[in-house]
Design a protein around this ligand. Structure first.
Ligand code: PEP
Length: 249
């Protein structure tokens, strides 16, 4: 089965840089080994949509409002993202949880609003270094998942992808080990089994993210229970990311 490779550009690339990136990526991506979702800043989505039209590359946003419409200055709705070609949205990234103080309750509402408006969600969960050292990884992941997915119907879960992104591994160069990733993948599938069903637990797509690079991605994305990866820093380097997307096993 093809791996799922997701790029999170974060707050990087202006429109000119995005144009150069997408021009190159679209012409050299072979689509043979991976399904690719690229999540540029909102402002580049219309341009990215223009360049990726007719290709196998899908687009996503990095955030979304929990509200559908109205007096929410500076916010972007799920419907607006869809209208410019976004099919996915990253929700619950640790930078949003920590720097923007997003709670599990808010994340749950964002997921429900997105699904209602036809956007698929990439839900990020992960423990801090302190939690890991205190042996609380499983507990933290379970709490996040149960609160973030609360009240969802099983059929809605088909439009949710879960990314395990340990906070201590994001942007630090300290990637998790295959053993860490397999341990958490098992926990995630167990929580889904207990809260939804065996089928949902088997079918849900799980990603690993956190300091993935050209040297470690093959091993980490081959971890048992893992279907692909979420790439931050390295996804901004078009040649490196093309190499990953074209050759992942
Ligand atoms: C991320 O921010 O989702 C991420 C995985 O970043 P990096 O690959 O840079 O660690």
């Amino acid at each position: 089965m093809k791996k799922l490779i997701v790029a999170n550009f974060k707050m990087n690339q202006n429109i000119e840089e995005a144009k150069a990136y997408f021009t190159k990526f679209v012409s050299l991506f072979n689509g043979e080994r991976a399904d690719v979702i690229i999540c540029p800043p909102y402002i580049s989505l219309p341009l990215a949509s223009f360049f990726t039209r007719g290709s196998k590359i899908k687009l996503g946003a990095q955030n979304v409002s929990d509200e559908e419409q109205g007096a929410f200055t500076g916010e972007i709705s799920a419907d607006m993202i869809k209208a410019v070609g976004g099919e996915y949205v990253i929700i619950g990234h640790s930078e949003r949880r920590n720097k923007f103080k997003e709670s599990d309750k808010l994340i749950n509402k964002k997921i429900k609003t997105s699904l209602k408006n036809g956007l698929k969600c990439i839900l990020c969960v992960g423990e801090s270094g302190l939690d890991k050292n205190a042996g609380k990884t499983g507990e933290v992941i379970r709490k996040q998942l149960e609160e973030d997915l609360k009240g969802l119907y099983e059929n809605e879960l088909e439009s949710v992808i879960i990314a395990y992104e340990p906070i201590w591994a994001i942007g630090t160069g300290n990637n998790a080990t295959v053993k860490d990733v397999e341990f958490v993948a098992k926990i995630i599938r167990k929580v889904i089994l207990e809260n939804f069903s065996e089928k949902a637990s088997r079918d849900i797509q799980l990603l690993y993210g956190g300091s993935l690079n050209e040297k470690n991605y093959q091993a980490l994305l081959s971890a048992t229970g893992i279907d692909g990866g979420l790439f931050g820093g390295v996804s901004l380097k078009v040649d490196a990311f093309l190499n990953i997307a074209n050759s992942v096993k």
